[in-house]
Ligand binder design. Structure first.
Ligand SMILES: [Zn+2]
Length: 287
């Protein structure tokens, strides 16, 4: 073998080792900013037949991704202000229907602390969409790079009227008031966050105009699809559409895309508001 060929082989081997060691360190934690409920599931999924009705208590899912290149938070939950007095910050109708149980120790800053991180160590905050239970604490991260679809930023600041432009809608403009000058990575589609394929942002519109999901490859090689509100819970997987959609067509396409991705890649799919799934699989690391 010529010297140049040997060098090439060696360089390839070194790259492979470097890539696999970075890969080996990616881990993901699933937590919740308190719970919503209990309430009738048909309040969220009106298409569900009466005989499938049940009372549900659901998580407000937030995710922490520890990657060698930086710490990532995926969704920041309900604004910290609702902890003390929900109706002083959210529309009273939202507090009465959702019945948030969020305590101070549940909010994302305290969750990070519990896991051994500080808020200023977060490199990127990815926000699935700008509804009140997902982008509530963007303002806690003034130094992070905020990753959203460009369309979702437009919608968050001027939502469609039928989705609630003001009270008692699902968008709370005050969540973003002091975050307008932060640094935004404004996306138009899918994106490979660290350039190594381990943390992929997936464009999954429908629930809102610019909703996005995430796919993570952990150190053990497990593929995790974090749908957030592209798929709320099991009943949506079973074919009953969510009751709150910007576009039912786009929503259906996104549900199908994520289900087929799960099947093709043997991935685990985690949904934002499935109480049973969180009970079985939440509050833990995936490594
Ligand atoms: Zn939600």
């Amino acid at each position: 073998m010529k010297t140049s060929s040997i060098l090439k082989v060696l360089a390839g081997a070194i790259c492979a080792v470097a890539a696999s060691s970075a890969f080996a360190q990616v881990k993901v934690y699933w937590t919740t900013s308190g719970m919503f409920g209990p309430f009738d599931i048909r309040g969220l999924i009106p298409a569900l037949p009466a005989d499938k009705s049940r009372q549900i208590t659901i998580p407000v899912s937030m995710w922490v991704i520890d990657h060698p290149k930086g710490l990532v938070v995926f969704d920041t939950g309900n604004n910290v202000a609702i902890t003390e007095n929900c109706k002083a910050y959210w529309a009273p109708g939202n507090c009465d229907f959702l019945k948030p149980s969020q305590k101070r120790e549940d909010t994302i800053d305290m969750q990070l602390k519990k896991l051994g991180y500080s808020v200023d160590k977060v490199k990127a905050v990815v926000t699935s969409h700008t509804h009140l239970d997902h982008g509530g604490n963007i303002e806690m991260f003034p130094n992070a790079i905020h990753v959203l679809q460009k369309k979702e930023l437009y919608q968050g600041w001027w939502p469609e009227k039928f989705q609630g432009r003001s009270t008692p809608g699902s968008f709370v403009n005050a969540d973003l008031d002091n975050a307008r000058e932060f640094n935004y990575l404004e996306l138009n589609g899918d994106y490979d966050l660290f350039g190594d394929g381990t943390v992929q942002i997936l464009s999954t519109p429908g629930h809102t105009l610019g909703h996005q999901s995430m796919k993570v490859k952990t150190g053990s090689g497990q593929t995790i699809i974090i749908t957030q509100d592209a798929i709320w819970m099991q009943e949506n997987l079973d074919g009953y559409p969510a009751g709150l959609n910007y576009s039912v067509k786009d929503y259906t396409d996104s549900v199908n895309r994520l289900k087929m991705m799960r099947d093709l890649e043997n991935a685990d799919l985690f949904m934002a508001h499935d109480g049973d799934q969180f009970k079985a699989k939440g509050s833990r690391w995936y490594k």
